[in-house]
Design a protein around this ligand. Structure first.
Ligand code: HEM
Ligand SMILES: *[C@@H]1O[C@H](CO)[C@@H](O)[C@H](O)[C@H]1NC(C)=O
Length: 502
């Protein structure tokens, strides 16, 4: 019996050794571990907790080329330097695929269904409808902020009120965004908002299990780890009355009618009517867009708020910029466009912190659908996941002077130079600025997000004083594997400003 056992172990080891020996990834250098079997497993733990430092190390050592880092379940190939970022951007989707990359990191097929990846019509809606409608819908967003911000930050003018930043920003962002996604009254339905916020966590829970399962068990594990579907099914009744109402209008009037709603739900229903027009399909897109929008946006504004609270002296130059512009033209998109310092503050915060060291779906994550040889000769075997080292790129002194210094107005200063005024805006992506990705799949929601978040931050800057408690140092970001989040439990003190008239 024991003989058989040890023979089995020996064969398993041999197979493992052969598999490892012949793994084409062996030729790609490893950072933060070893590609030896077992040791790579320890390396994965090491990477989980030291990812920021290790990615920076790899970036310096293999600049302009490719290295690999171990996650628990797979290797991730990391590229660096403008030529490589350009290559990720340019390679066609049948070689380095964006959607296969999303599928790999989110396992949406097994938790959520394949439709959103197979037919991503919501991306066209965001590009064509949402972005173009920003001037028209911004007043609604502002109206929602007027309502939501004082409710979630009920500070008075005579004492400081401590607010936990992350959950508060999630609530405010969820409301302002859903004003545009599903409109009143659903955007104030607290149960619906909580489901929309929770949905992201559900995806992470389900996909973590599905990812660890062998291929043939994935459909079953997806069914059993049922967080995504269960939240989706709970959300449907909240949306159903509006969906039914819109259906009645569409039946009665066809394509257009007086006061036809100009929101995400309607744009989705206009397209879904010739596809899957079920309540579930419509609700699924709404939840998916919430997934793409809420945590990205609330993390981004939380990072910026922590910076602002750490350095309240930045409030003055920001107010001096914002006040006269709002007084002159109110809360318009044009007004937001004129706020260079505010824009620069957001962009610098995004550069400095990022929303990922390569984020779960972020910074040009791609999956190789065939064997690919990169311009420097690096062989990328089919099935590999490749992404760009965004955090290290953003902290490279040759891209940004004193890159490790938070310099909120660096981009507004750059814009003052001749011919540079439109290059360094929050929404612009370049080979050195990839927080929103770059190229064809760059975040289509960033134009909406920039206007929404600038409005939110401007509103806070005009209406509150803020500072940090404790020793006054910024609550530290949490780095974990490829993720970075603003301090989840961090707090900021708010006091209502009395002087405001905006
Ligand atoms: C500050 C907030 C946001 C950040 C930092 C952000 C970041 C990103 C990043 C890094 C990507 C991947 C780009 C790539 O790999 O090349 C992405 C894609 C995407 N984002 Fe955003 N995003 C934000 C807000 C939003 C909002 C508000 C929406 C929806 C209204 C949205 C919808 C999407 C969608 C649908 C994609 C997939 C694009 C495609 O399929 O081609 N995002 N985002
Ligand atoms: C930056 O983004 C703005 C807004 O989309 C665009 O008009 C401008 O052309 C972009 N500039 C560059 C240099 O990419």
């Amino acid at each position: 019996m024991t003989d058989v056992f040890w023979a089995g172990v020996a064969i398993a080891c041999l197979l493992y050794f052969v598999k490892w020996k012949t793994d084409p990834l062996n030729s790609i250098p490893t950072v933060g571990g070893s590609s030896l079997p077992l040791l790579s497993f320890l390396g994965a733990f090491n990477f989980l907790v030291n990812s920021k430092r290790l990615l920076q190390e790899g970036y310096k050592k293999y600049y302009g080329s490719v290295f690999k880092v171990p996650l628990l379940e797979q290797w991730i190939l990391i590229v660096s330097g403008p030529k490589m970022v350009e290559e990720l951007r340019k390679r066609p989707d049948d070689e380095l695929s964006f959607y296969a990359g999303v599928e790999d990191s989110m396992q949406i097929r097994y938790t959520f269904g394949p439709e959103s990846n197979d037919d991503p019509y919501h991306v066209d809606i965001i590009k064509e409808k949402l972005t173009r409608s920003v001037p028209a819908i911004l007043p609604d967003v502002i109206d929602e902020l007027y309502n939501a911000v004082p409710q979630h930050i009920p500070a008075k003018s005579d004492e400081w009120l401590e607010i936990q930043v992350m959950p508060t920003m999630q609530q405010i962002v969820a409301r302002a965004s859903n004003r545009v996604f599903v409109g009143l009254p659903v955007c104030r339905d607290q149960e619906f908002l909580d489901l929309a916020i929770k949905f992201t966590i559900d995806i992470v829970k389900d996909k973590t299990l599905v990812k660890l399962a062998p291929q043939f068990l994935k459909p079953l594990v997806g069914r059993l780890s049922n967080h995504v579907r269960s939240t989706l099914y709970k959300a449907i009744p909240h949306l159903k009355p509006v969906i039914d109402e819109r259906r009645r209008f569409m039946e009665k009037y066809g394509d257009d009618w007086p006061d036809k709603p100009n929101d995400m739900l309607q744009w989705i229903m206009d397209i879904a009517r010739t596809r899957d027009f079920s309540d579930e399909a419509i609700a699924r897109r709404i939840m998916l867009i919430n997934f793409a929008a809420i945590h990205t946006s609330s993390n981004t504004v939380s990072h910026a708020l922590y910076h602002l609270a750490e350095r309240p002296d930045y409030l003055k130059p920001l107010r001096e910029e914002i006040e006269p512009i709002i007084a002159e033209e109110g809360w318009t998109k044009n007004a937001m466009g004129r706020m260079w310092k505010l824009d620069s503050f957001m962009k610098e915060s995004q550069r400095y912190n990022g929303i990922g060291l390569g984020r779960a779906t972020g910074s040009l994550t791609r999956k190789a659908l065939k064997d690919v040889t990169l311009h420097d000769g690096t062989f990328i075997p089919r099935g590999s996941i490749v992404m760009a080292a965004s955090d290290a790129t953003h902290h490279d002194d040759s891209n940004y002077a004193d890159a490790d210094v938070f310099d909120p107005f660096r981009f507004s200063r750059m814009r003052e130079a001749e011919g540079e005024s439109t290059k360094h805006q929050f929404v612009n992506t370049t080979l050195d600025y990839i927080a929103f990705g770059h190229g064809k799949h760059a975040c289509p929601g960033r134009f909406f997000a920039a206007n929404e978040l600038k409005s939110l931050l401007a509103f806070i800057i005009l209406n509150y004083d803020l500072k940090l408690g404790g020793d006054g140092s910024r609550p530290p970001n949490m780095y974990f594997g490829l993720a970075v989040v603003p301090a989840p439990k961090g707090k900021v003190l708010f006091k209502k400003r009395e002087v405001v008239e905006a």
